[in-house]
Ligand binder design. Sequence first.
Ligand SMILES: Nc1ncnc2c1ncn2[C@@H]1O[C@H](COP(=O)(O)OP(=O)(O)OP(=O)(O)O)[C@@H](O)[C@H]1O
Ligand SMILES: [Mg+2]
Length: 246
Amino acid sequence: MTAVLETRALDKRFGGLHVTRGVSLQLNAGDRLALIGPNGAGKTTFVNLVSGVLAPSSGQVLLNGEDVTDRTQAQRVRAGLARTFQITTLAPHLPVQRQIELALFERERLTGRAWRSIDAYPLLAAEARALLGDFGLAAHAGLATELLAYGEQRLVEMALAIALRPRVLLLDEPMAGVPQGEGTRLLAALAALPAELAVLIIEHDMDLVFRFARRIVVLAEGAVLADGTPDQIRRDPMVRAAYLGA
Ligand SMILES: Nc1ncnc2c1ncn2[C@@H]1O[C@H](COP(=O)(O)OP(=O)(O)OP(=O)(O)O)[C@@H](O)[C@H]1O
Ligand SMILES: [Mg+2]
């Protein structure tokens, strides 16, 4: 089976700072991988290298076996990679439904016609409604995104990523800043992600990590410290010393 995402000896230096050190990882269809590690371990940098926000100092990124190291972010999205950001990056004034529609137009390469009503494309209109329903956003479809609760904005972000029909989804701290009371809906949305999608999630909340992940990779000082099942990681003395505490 070809990995949907593979990194080979990824390395990144910012001047004298060696932030990513020889990270080789494979993600297969249906994986639920949590990438954990202390603050500054290089988790976000890794996602930035994979998604093309940053160019590596050396090493490769492959999507479905194809080397995309020199491709732009947009080209990687076309190749099946979607991500959300640690800090929300939505267009705040646009209604939720419109944002989803624009993502669908984008996916179908209809952006030149995005000024048209989506009703001219009944299949896309139905898909937009389904996405709003799946992520529990139907009641707020007409509201500007900035008027939604923070946790709901994260749901919009996830819906936008899924609208692109990715094969790999990278989630950088989706629960960050989400109040306790809103967390349940996000957890439900995570649990309901398409089964065949490969998901990599960065998260500091260990409850969520151990509930969601079927595999955990621990990053420390830019390098992979451990890679295993939640049980293996829980018992790994090196991980406990470096991160989980005794
Ligand atoms: N553009 C940059 N220029 C210089 N240094 C950077 C840059 N981006 C990140 N770094 C440094 O790289 C290291 C890793 O940062 P990164 O944001 O990847 O960590 P992280 O594991 O995501 O941490 P957190 O859990 O706090 O989000 C840090 O020391 C950070 O200061
Ligand atoms: Mg980070």
